[in-house]
Design a protein around this ligand. Structure first.
Ligand SMILES: NC(=O)c1ccc[n+]([C@@H]2O[C@H](COP(=O)([O-])OP(=O)(O)OC[C@H]3O[C@@H](n4cnc5c(N)ncnc54)[C@H](OP(=O)(O)O)[C@@H]3O)[C@@H](O)[C@H]2O)c1
Length: 214
């Protein structure tokens, strides 16, 4: 089973590190090309290889760990999914230029964190991703946790809970097995539309809440 992680920033590199630590081979890709990932892959060891986005997109399981804004264009360029699994870790947020007036927008509770919510018309963000990646089995995961804890799944004598949701049970079972291998306790919440929004950061009810299964 091949894995491609698209996005090598805070979240993508933390997921790659968790895979590396647990002997799970994966490719990782960013917008600037594999040569810019040499330091990261050297640090993570032989399990993690740098790849162009086009190669990472061909994997059996693709982890989407990029900002929201480029998704439409990226997914339009992806090869046919043919039922492959897409783990959607994205949140519908956009970065703010710290020197722009938006950085001081009193109506945006996230301005101090350098981001703003993107208006997606009240829809479930991963249902939009599933539409853009037609033919993929989309499983929503990682959205609600801080990347800093991904390599540290044990806490308070138990395992941190990672919530997943999706519309295909076999895909969710596959993702559950993978994420259990990196040490998390997995709780399936239900479908993308009904349950996915609970996982959204920062407004989902389960976002940034640290559940530990003991
Ligand atoms: N950080 C967290 O704790 C966290 C937790 C849960 C979910 N998330 C979600 O995960 C996503 C990534 O967050 P992040 O904090 O990791 O962001 P980040 O640190 O800014 O990293 C973003 C990564 O995406 C890559 N990227 C951007 N546009 C791309 C494109 N068109 N094609 C390929 N790669 C592209 C960037 O490539 P370059 O490096 O080449 O620019 C970078 O590696 C967001 O949707 C966020 O809401 C983040």
């Amino acid at each position: 089973m091949s894995i491609g992680i698209i996005g090598a920033g805070r979240l993508g590199s933390a997921i790659a590190a968790a895979f590396a630590k647990n002997d799970i081979p994966a490719m990782i890709a960013n917008s600037r090309g594999p040569e810019t990932l040499a330091d990261l892959t050297r640090a993570l060891g032989a399990n993690i290889s740098a790849a162009p986005v086009s190669e990472a997109f061909k994997a059996d399981i693709v982890v989407l760990a990029t900002p929201w804004m480029p998704l439409k264009e990226m997914l339009a360029a992806a090869p046919a999914w043919d039922g492959r699994i897409l783990i959607d870790a994205t949140n519908a947020l956009d970065y703010i230029d710290p020197n722009s007036p938006e950085a001081k927008d009193p109506t945006n509770p996230l301005a101090q964190y350098g981001v703003k919510p993107i208006d997606i018309g009240g829809r479930a963000s991963s249902a939009i991703v599933a539409e853009l990646a037609s033919g993929a089995k989309v499983v929503k995961a990682f959205n609600h946790v801080n990347s800093a804890v991904i390599q540290d799944p044990e806490a308070s004598g138990g395992k941190r809970v990672l919530f997943i949701s999706g519309d295909d049970q076999a895909a969710k079972d596959e993702v559950r097995k993978l994420l259990e291998r990196i040490g998390f306790f997995i709780r399936d919440l239900g479908s993308l539309k009904a349950a996915g929004p609970l996982q959204d950061f920062p407004f989902g009810q389960l976002a940034a809440v640290n559940f530990v299964a003991v």
